[in-house]
Design a binder for this molecule. Sequence first.
Ligand code: NAD
Length: 343
Amino acid sequence: MNFGIIGCGVIAYTHATALKALEAEDCRLLACCDIVPEKADAFAARHGVPRVYHDDASILADPDVDIVCVCVPSGSHGEVCEMAAKAGKHIVCEKPLEITPERAAAAAALPEKYGVRMQSIHQRRTMPAAIAAREAIRQGKLGKVCLAEADLKYYRDQAYYDSGDWRGTWELDGGGCLMNQGVHGVDLILWMLDAQIDTVYGQAATLSHAIAVEDNAAAVLRMRDGSVCVIESSTSAYPGFSTSFSIYGEKGTIIFNDEGIVEWNFIDPTDAPPRPDRLGEAMGGSKSNVNITIDGHITLLRDMARAVRDGREPMLPPRDAVLAVKVICAVYESSRTGRPVKF
Ligand SMILES: NC(=O)c1ccc[n+]([C@@H]2O[C@H](COP(=O)([O-])OP(=O)(O)OC[C@H]3O[C@@H](n4cnc5c(N)ncnc54)[C@H](O)[C@@H]3O)[C@@H](O)[C@H]2O)c1
């Protein structure tokens, strides 16, 4: 399976490294492309990529490229994915899928419209603790889930925002601490809860960076069953903290963070699902944008290659990545208007 990477910046490195680890499984990084030619050339030299392109049309015209990893700024995901789908390429798209609910929905429709496969990257969904928590909730082992929390305290300095002219802009980042960093945790908590959202209450503010978008936000989500989910997100919280997820039910509680399981506590211990002995390495990133671990990307890229080979849908189709964008945009709207947003 021949992969191409479009956008040779920070996260492209993770894709290249993950693909290297998958070489024994018949995956090859054949081509890369960046509209800044020096970036494409330097990336190709560093990772030994045989074919280098400086515009999207050229890499998409390469008949040997089967799957493209779209690693361009978030607000360009939809446009680049649509070009790729039109060219018949299968697609791996970085998070967030797009930056508005409408554009995310359009991106989610691409596989059906063009008959291609598409995988979204939300690598935390591959964490054993998250998988076990979701399963326990689905099986009712926590009883009624009453309260959930996602605690997403990242730190990014001004130099981070200054390192790319798209960072911290509404046009291409689509938001700040929630849309860029927090989207991982928002996606994860909604996925674990299988969230049926009724109302979103949000507040967002720009407090410690010279950027247009928010660097602090908090949200309360009221679910259709009346339960409550609280999300706190920041890129101002020096030095950056382990992200943490708590799910409280009447019969049990699960809490885990980037370091491990904090609580795996059930009224009836015999009813507790197995506590994962390892958390998985699919986390990281709260202190810096360049220390993203690669386990999750390996799992999602391997699954994508197999999905294309076997003619099946990949494990994280883009329709599953729309809800996080919708919730984040609802937080922005609620903060702007001072009113709750009904789902
Ligand atoms: N999964 C994760 O943990 C994770 C981590 C970091 C970034 N990301 C996501 O990856 C995307 C890129 O982020 P980054 O930090 O690597 O950004 P970056 O600025 O480091 O890299 C983006 C690159 O894309 C290039 N580019 C822009 N438009 C292009 C186009 N149309 N065709 C080809 N190249 C183009 C730019 O020149 C730049 O080199 C974002 O959507 C971000 O949210 C995901």
